[in-house]
Design a protein around this ligand. Structure first.
Ligand code: MEV
Length: 325
């Protein structure tokens, strides 16, 4: 279980000249191993990212949510409660859970690429829920914030495991498992390592990828079960490799995990290509991260970081670096 309630962290009040802005924050995530299998009760290893979403709640307005690109300041989307699109439905779910009658305008500045498997939806939900909880005098209602983020993630993800919410609200590096509906998080130790990330195409909506695995699972339950168990065993082997800095071992676990995700049908030509490019440039391992169907791959290449990043950039892919722990 999580060692302490974590939902209140990341909410604060910021006083400006004329307004009282209430601020909430949520972080992105990178799944190192175990996505999809985690929905079926297997363990997964996930890292909260330093980057994420900051939401400002402005009181006394019609309930609206606007997403703003943190790097350009441009508006990415603006929805009203009652609009019929996933972002509006997720916003409505958060309002219903925390403050059904709140008159509040929320601006969420996003410092993560959207919809590429780095947990942007959970980060948005966490930031908005925290800001709303604070705005309605419920900053300490951790369970309410958690429930609101779960409700919003159900809109974005369908049957979600809860891993993105856990990373968005708590951050850190941990192994996550949901057993009989109860999430368990165990913090992990890790020798310093840089994770190289490449955005190789637009991702499909997570809910579609989760549904496609569910459909495969209902047609071939025996076969998918053994794939989920194999993925879980890879994730369970990762903490020892991370703690000891055994990057060769971590790389092999990643490569095996990518192959099993391919068996589940969630990789794409571009994601496979990006993994091969990274390995050819000297990465010890590369795999897709998140729900797949497009989006991001990550690689570990302690002795070849620049060649891997260069090889990805030459193909026109956007790259990022994240430091662990
Ligand atoms: C999405 O970030 C991870 C999935 O395993 C879905 C989930 O666990 O909710 C694909």
């Amino acid at each position: 279980m999580s060692p302490e309630p974590r939902c209140g962290r990341g909410a604060e009040i910021e006083l400006t000249d004329k307004t009282r802005k209430i601020v909430g924050r949520g972080g992105g995530k990178l799944i190192l191993l175990g996505e999809h299998a985690v929905v079926y009760g297997q363990p997964a290893v996930v890292a909260g990212l330093g980057k994420g979403v900051t939401a400002f709640a402005l009181l006394g307005q019609e309930p609206t949510l606007e997403l703003i690109d943190g790097s350009t300041g441009r508006s990415l989307a603006r929805v009203r409660r009652g609009d019929d699109e996933p972002l509006a439905r997720a916003f409505a779910a958060i309002l219903e859970t925390i403050a059904p009658d709140a008159r509040v305008e929320v601006q969420a500045t996003v410092d993560l690429p959207l919809g590429v498997g780095l947990g942007s939806s959970a980060a948005i939900s966490a930031a908005v829920a925290r800001a709303l909880a604070k705005a309605s005098g419920k900053a300490d209602a951790f369970e309410l914030v958690e429930a609101a983020v779960d409700a919003a993630e159900a809109v974005f993800h369908g049957t979600a495991s809860g891993i993105d919410q856990a990373a968005a609200l708590g951050g850190g590096l941990f192994i996550y498992r949901r057993t009989d509906g109860f999430p368990e998080e165990t913090a992990l130790h890790c020798r310093p390592i840089t994770l190289l990330v490449c955005k190789a195409g637009k991702a499909a909506p997570t809910s579609e990828m989760v549904s496609s695995v569910a459909a495969l699972n209902s047609r071939f339950p025996e076969h998918t079960r053994s794939i989920f168990e194999s993925i879980g065993a890879l994730a369970a082997a990762a903490p020892a490799a991370l703690a000891a800095g055994e990057w060769d071992m971590l790389g092999e676990l990643m490569n095996l995990n990518h192959g099993l995700l391919a068996a589940l049908g969630v990789t794409t030509l571009e994601l496979d290509h990006a993994c091969h490019v990274a390995r050819d440039a000297g990465a010890l391992g590369a795999k897709l991260t998140g729900a797949g169907g497009g989006g991001c791959v990550y690689a570990v290449a302690p002795d070849n970081e620049e060649p891997v990043l260069k090889a990805w950039k030459e193909r026109g892919w956007r790259t990022f670096r994240f430091e662990l722990p």
